[in-house]
Design a protein around this ligand. Structure first.
Ligand code: M6R
Length: 610
């Protein structure tokens, strides 16, 4: 939930550390801090607020040196105060720590350390780490002291640690919180994610749980908590540094919405061969197994959970496999019924969501085959699961997920085709129609984006409303949930998504002339006529209807105040097109309200704590 970055170099590092931290701000932005080593002393600057705000007060770029760590905080333990901002130090100001995660036994450790005479100044769990290492340093060398301290810690951590008396070294460690090492020329990095340091290196080492790294400018040494040295592979990442920049857009969210035609095209690229779907070798699941699956269980959180709901519709409707969708946070504490014929799927943009990782680990205990659908190469869930399908959205920086969602839908659609073919639930002709359908999506998405001016008009009219309702049915019910989530996240307007017919069972009481009601109503053979009826029900009560309809639909504009058109496509694929106007609506409303769209209050891009 926080971002950490560190650099050790032969050159001045202040800009690199500052830029790295600025790229990580989406992970937490209630306070920020940096620590450099100068002449065996720490120079620390920190404060409450976003990086730019604090920078204006303290000028981080005045810090100078060749070794440093930085942190942007999303608070868990202890209020948002300067004292609680990271880095945290020990009693003698010789050990400086930045941390992402939660130390679960911090309270017991703190009591014990206080009994031994340590003085604490903050309410954070992190400060305990600095004192614990200090305590172990009494009788051990630095590396051993770190190892001994981490052996006493329970919980999750990604750590950057500096020792004033070892000014040429940067220590790092991880357990259940993301941390990567960037290998540069005469300099090395640690960071919470790859894009934050991509301008400096694309050579990445993934630190595993319970591993410690010692970085100098020209060497990276890694060992585990028992002191056993590890030989780690260096991965070359093919994301470009530019992909992680705003490229002239006002916000990352807008840029990422507009990138969706490209993101979907990349996600499909080389995966469709004639009428076959072919995933890369990381997919790793055998056809024999895929033919005999009797059930699929999908877990995810937030937007990825909405993608899972759309996936359920596709998998049951077309591949005829019973599919259950669960919140990862609920699944992890159940005793699920899983057997050898169950396929377990975890969906996550980041691959680092704590609940999704825990649910995946729980499923693995039952010996089921696991597959992850993920956007970040080498992230935790991709390393834990048996197989992986990568979405190729590119780095998603905006806290509100957009292009990751539509690429997840594209992957679920391809997986459905693969399973339907293997299990012969669709004939060749039907498969061909499905493939033609998805091939058109990138261009069709572009035409949806071209309607942005219509959506902006709606935003202009309704940005001051306090509530809104989103309705959809079938495959588009999850799109109603997603549209409502997008609006809530970035504009702080209360929004609820419902299955359109369910509205009669209560929510209809909320509808009056002040209530915008967004209805997803593409033309289909399933529920189109029923949705028309639902629109009438809203209209009769004075609700302001904003409809998403298929091109050339004459009925809907007659009944709605505003109609946003999407191109004609297959029913299952209408979800990919229909969500885009809802993303744009949320974006424009938040922007009109003057909010920091990429960093909405209280949120963090990757929820690495429970
Ligand atoms: O990285 P993940 O897909 O696992 O993240 C899951 C949710 O935290 C995420 O989708 C969240 O709901 C987004 N902020 C939604 O826009």
């Amino acid at each position: 939930m926080c971002g950490i970055v560190g650099v050790v170099s032969s050159k001045e590092i202040n800009e690199k550390l500052f830029n790295g931290l600025s790229n990580l701000e989406y992970r937490g932005y209630d306070s920020v801090g940096m620590c450099f080593i100068n002449n065996k002393n720490f120079k620390i600057k920190k404060g409450v607020g976003k990086l730019e705000e604090v920078h204006k007060k303290v000028n981080f770029l005045r810090l100078q040196g060749n070794v440093g760590i930085g942190h942007c905080r999303w608070s868990t333990h202890g209020g948002v105060t300067k004292k609680n901002a990271h880095p945290h130090v020990d009693c003698k100001n010789k050990i400086s720590v930045v941390h992402n995660g939660i130390i679960e036994n911090y309270s017991e450790l703190k009591d014990e350390l206080i009994r031994q005479g340590h003085k604490f100044y903050s309410q954070t769990d992190t400060e305990v780490i600095a004192h614990l290492i200090e305590d172990n340093l009494k009788d051990s060398r630095i590396e051993d002291a770190v190892k001994l301290a981490l052996n006493k810690i329970e919980g999750s951590y990604a750590l950057g640690i500096l020792f004033a008396d070892a000014p040429e070294k940067l220590f790092a460690a991880r357990n259940e919180s993301p941390l990567i090492i960037g290998v540069g020329g005469n300099e090395n990095f640690i960071a919470s994610d790859v894009p934050s340091i991509l301008s400096y290196t694309n050579k990445i080492i993934y630190l595993e749980d319970k591993e410690i790294a010692v970085l100098t400018k020209d060497k990276v040494k890694i060992f585990d908590l028992n002191g056993v040295n590890k030989n780690k592979k260096i991965h070359a990442i093919n994301w470009s540094a530019e992909a992680a920049q705003k490229s002239g857009y006002k916000h990352f969210m807008l840029k990422e919405i507009y990138e969706q035609p490209r993101a979907i095209a990349d996600t499909l690229n080389e995966r469709i061969r004639n009428s076959d779907v072919v995933f890369e070798k990381e997919f790793n699941l055998k056809n024999d197994f895929l033919r005999k699956i009797s059930r699929i269980v999908v877990v995810a959180c937030g937007t990825s959970w909405h993608a899972a709901l759309v996936g359920k519709f596709m998998l049951e409707e077309l591949a005829k496999i019973p599919t259950e969708v669960e919140y990862a946070s609920e699944f992890r504490y159940r005793h699920p019924l899983l057997d050898n014929n169950t396929l377990f799927i975890a969906i996550s943009q980041s691959g680092e969501t704590a609940d999704t990782i825990a649910a995946l680990k729980e499923a693995k205990k039952y010996g089921v085959k696991t597959l992850s659908i993920c956007n970040v190469m080498g992230s935790s869930i991709t390393r834990i699961s048996d197989g992986v399908i990568y979405t190729r959205a590119g780095p998603e920086i905006g806290v509100a997920s957009t292009k990751a969602f539509t690429t997840q839908l594209a992957v679920l659609y391809l997986l459905t085709i693969l399973l339907a073919k293997l299990r012969k639930t669709l004939n060749e002709k039907q498969v061909k129609v499905m493939i033609e359908g998805i091939r058109k999506i990138p261009l069709q998405l572009q035409s949806v984006l071209d309607e942005d001016y219509e959506i902006l008009k709606c935003a202009d009219l309704y940005y001051h409303k306090l509530n809104s309702i989103y309705l959809g049915r079938g495959v588009n019910f999850p799109i109603a949930l997603e549209g409502a989530l997008k609006l809530k996240e970035v504009s702080y307007i209360h929004a609820e998504g419902y299955p359109a017919a369910e509205m009669k069972h209560g929510p209809i009481a909320l509808i009056d002339k002040n209530m915008p009601v967004v209805v997803i109503a593409p033309h289909d053979i399933y529920t189109y006529k029923k949705v028309l009826g639902n629109i009438e029900e809203v209209k009769a009560r004075g609700g302001i209807i904003i409809a998403i309809a298929t091109d050339n639909d004459d009925n809907i504009p007659k009944k709605s105040k505003h109609t946003i058109f999407i191109p004609k496509t297959l029913y299952t694929l209408s979800s990919i097109l229909a969500v885009v106007p809802l993303q744009l609506l949320a974006y424009h409303i938040a922007d009109k309200l003057g909010y920091d769209v990429d960093k909405p209050r209280n949120l963090s891009k990757t929820v690495t704590v429970e």
